[in-house]
Write a protein of this length. Structure first.
Length: 259
């Protein structure tokens, strides 16, 4: 079952110090690369003295780097090595890279591959078409809430029912007054996947986001998505969505053969 950083930090695991150290490392992101003790404590829910001990140890081991001027930490080489090792061993990501670039160039879109991390989708690969002039801010490492994005809805729809309900209950617990709106969005997105084979959303009159899950035996489900301009609903339903779904299906078949 899925756990939040706060759940892990509070000790709902066998090896509490390890879990707390991992919670500290997980607090850093591309959007928030530098953090002080107070910010880490707020993000993880750990007591300030515990954070102080953890960051000191992680810095000594090479997982964090301390900047005396800012009095803040960021991930260091040892932590990056773990991330690169995970990426290098991900056959899905490697196989998807060429297909993503081909699709991005053909459709003039920004194409993203994402995986679930707790209540977020984290971008693991990002490719832009040659003629695309669109800054989506969806670089590798960026997190997108699972409850409010087509990428999240596509992943939720691909999960086993019990795991999906568990995630939704966690979203409800954390969302408060926003839960009714988020519940409707998730239900509509998953309904779109069953009806069309993909999830979609629109921002304004021209910007569209489309997503479809990629299911490969022996791998956690990932999501393939694209974002582009001049994408009205008719074009998405008739052209872009089916092409993205076909790309995801081809990727599933390719990876299943080599599994």
């Amino acid at each position: 079952m899925m756990q939040t950083r706060r759940d892990v930090a509070k000790g709902d695991v066998r090896v509490v110090p390890l879990a707390r150290g991992l919670a500290v490392l997980s607090a850093f992101s591309a959007a928030q690369p530098w953090m002080g003790n107070h910010e880490i404590a707020v993000e993880t829910g750990l007591p300030a003295p515990t954070v102080s001990r953890m960051v000191h140890s992680l810095a000594a081991l090479g997982y964090l780097r301390y900047d005396e001027t800012q009095r803040k930490y960021r991930l260091a080489a040892a932590a990056l090595t773990l991330g690169y090792a995970a990426v290098a061993g991900d056959g899905v990501q490697h196989a998807a890279r060429v297909e993503m670039q081909r699709f991005a160039d053909a459709s003039d879109t920004h194409v993203i591959l994402g995986t679930r991390d707790r209540l977020d989708v984290i971008v693991s690969e990002s490719q832009a078409g040659k003629n695309v002039q669109l800054d989506t801010h969806l670089a590798t490492g960026i997190r997108v809430p699972i409850a409010s994005s087509p990428m999240g809805w596509a992943l939720l729809a691909a999960l086993p029912e019990q795991e999906r309900f568990y995630l939704q209950s966690n979203v409800e617990r954390k969302s408060g007054r926003d839960w009714p709106a988020l519940r409707r969005q998730m239900a509509e997105g998953m309904s779109q996947l069953h009806e069309f084979g993909f999830c979609m959303s629109f921002c304004g009159r021209e910007l569209a986001s489309v997503a479809v899950p990629v299911r490969v035996p022996g791998h956690p489900s990932v999501v393939l998505a694209c974002v582009g301009r001049s994408m009205n609903r008719a074009r998405v339903e008739r052209e872009l969505g089916p092409r993205l779904a076909a790309t995801a299906h081809a990727l599933e078949e390719r990876l299943s053969v080599h599994h």
